[in-house]
Design a protein around this ligand. Structure first.
Ligand code: HEM
Length: 456
């Protein structure tokens, strides 16, 4: 390869690189850099050089056309304590084999079955809501999506364990962000944080392993993902080991509720600030459902609901960045990308690029009308990633988010609590820092118009 120039970028601190700025200004800093340096720039985070690319063609080359030269990055490897060698963090032939074994569980037909669990759980949640209450909608969406994924994965009623797994995951993530860069406290030090972190992982392992053992003892297909995986075989006819099962269950438990909960949370946050969009959404839901509870089969008839979801995933992508590591030296946009460097692609920035989205900071679900998406370059909008590592659960999410949205909007609208600022907390996913507090208002009389049939 001819000598290629080094991409431009901020100099940063001689030792820490731009870590202090990232810690302090988070996504605002990224936005500033994209504005200043454009489609590709280089930053150093402590001793790791990273290239931030924001042009859809460059992203396409990393995720699709030249994807063989890129593996999952250091950042995701750091989360191996939680996900082990699960499908999210593994690479190469091991990943391919795991993906092949998991894929049937995400077939359209299966999603239609899971949607009954979704409908039942959201109805259960709504029964506990009362008009005029102040609720943390992030906590609610986390709870309901966690109940859904627990039942879809494990089948049996594990309400108690689900709550505990949720608690342990919360502790894990509280400590997770402290594990990066020079500020990181070494994991072997017995600090209270480290001890809590280790305890949370131990507890997660114990719980998931015990559910797996129970299922292994019964060995019957009970329609859940775990029992399907117990019967899955790789190309050599081998079944998954208990530790593989544990890793995949933990991966799916996390990925299967965290992101959809956030998609719903940010959608409510946006709808609460845009009454005309909420109005159009409820008009569609009332007209199509006529008071019935929404089902999977209704989704194609709820186009505006889908546009609301798309627009929310554009502005607040729960997975706000996709990160890879270059295996060999390569070229992007005329610049040299040395082997071992990190390449980061931020949906957060690309989804707000005025070259592709008119008035990009505005919430305008209508922009998705007609063929708009087809006019976009391939990776200008990629909330679920792209290429072979495209989210395996995108069909699941595209059913769960509108289904829950419709079920809730049929009965309630929301107002933001004025003295509760909503702050972003970009960690492994894009979370609200202190939740999203809303007052819920029962919709009358539209909600009462038809009691409808209950979910199956
Ligand atoms: C709105 C909801 C969701 C969003 C925004 C989302 C986003 C993403 C993204 C961006 C990736 C690609 C990461 C990369 O290339 O590095 C991904 C991968 C993945 N997602 Fe999702 N996801 C969502 C829902 C789900 C659900 C519901 C599940 C499971 C039930 C799931 C399971 C996974 C798994 C297992 C992978 C790794 C796939 C692989 O590497 O082969 N996701 N997701």
């Amino acid at each position: 390869m001819p000598a290629l120039p080094e991409a431009p970028g901020p100099k940063g601190h001689f030792l820490l690189g731009v870590l202090p700025e990232i810690r302090k200004y988070e996504l605002d800093y990224l936005t500033r850099l994209v504005r200043e340096y454009g489609d590709i720039f280089r930053v150093k985070v402590v001793n790791i050089p990273a290239y931030v690319i924001s042009r859809p063609e460059y992203i396409e080359s990393v995720l699709i056309t030249n994807q063989k030269n890129f593996v999952k990055s250091v950042y995701l490897r750091e989360s191996k304590a939680l996900f082990g060698h699960g499908i999210l963090t593994s690479d190469g032939s091991f990943w391919r084999e795991q993906r092949r074994m998991l894929q049937p569980a995400f077939h359209h037909r299966q999603i239609a079955r899971y949607s009954r669990v979704m409908a039942k759980r959201v109805a259960g949640m709504l029964e506990t809501w009362r008009d005029g209450e102040v609720r943390d909608i992030h906590a609610d969406m986390m709870n309901v999506t966690m109940e859904i994924i627990a039942q879809v994965l494990f089948g049996e009623d594990i309400a108690e364990e689900t709550r505990e797994i949720g608690e342990a995951l919360k502790v894990f993530f509280e400590q997770f962000d402290d594990r990066f860069g020079l500020y990181a406290i070494p994991e072997w030090l017995p600090t209270p944080g480290n001890l809590r972190y280790r305890r949370a992982i131990r507890r997660l392992n114990e719980m998931v392993n015990s559910i797996i053992r129970r299922k292994q003892a019964i060995r019957q297909d009970s329609g859940d993902i775990l029992s399907a995986l117990l019967n899955a075989r790789d190309e050599g006819g081998q079944e998954m080991t208990t530790s593989q099962l544990r890793d995949e269950m933990m991966t799916l438990f996390f990925t299967g509720h965290e992101t959809t909960a956030l998609a719903l949370t940010w959608t409510w946050y946006l709808l609460a600030q845009h009454p005309p969009a909420m109005q159009r959404l409820t008009e569609e839901i009332d007209k199509v459902l006529e008071g019935r509870h929404p089902t999977f089969e209704d989704l194609p008839n709820l186009p505006y609901t889908e546009m609301v979801m798309k627009e929310s995933l554009r502005l607040y992508p729960p997975a706000y960045a996709v990160v890879r590591e270059a295996v060999e030296d390569c070229e992007i946009g005329g610049y040299r990308i040395p082997a071992g460097s990190t390449v980061a692609m931020f949906q957060w920035a690309v989804h707000r690029d005025p070259r592709y989205f008119e008035r990009p900071d505005e919430f305008r679900p209508e922009r998705w009308e007609g063929d708009f998406q087809k006019t976009l370059p391939r990776c200008a909008y990629f909330p679920f990633g792209a290429g072979p590592r495209l989210c395996i659960g995108d069909g699941f999410a595209k059913a769960e988010v509108p289904l829950l949205l419709a079920a809730i909007a049929q009965q309630y609208r929301m107002e933001l609590v004025p003295d509760h600022p909503v702050l972003l907390s970009p960690s492994l996913t894009l979370r609200p820092r202190n939740g999203v507090k809303v007052v819920i208002r029962k919709r009358e009389p539209a909600a009462a118009r038809g009691a409808g049939t209950g979910p199956a």
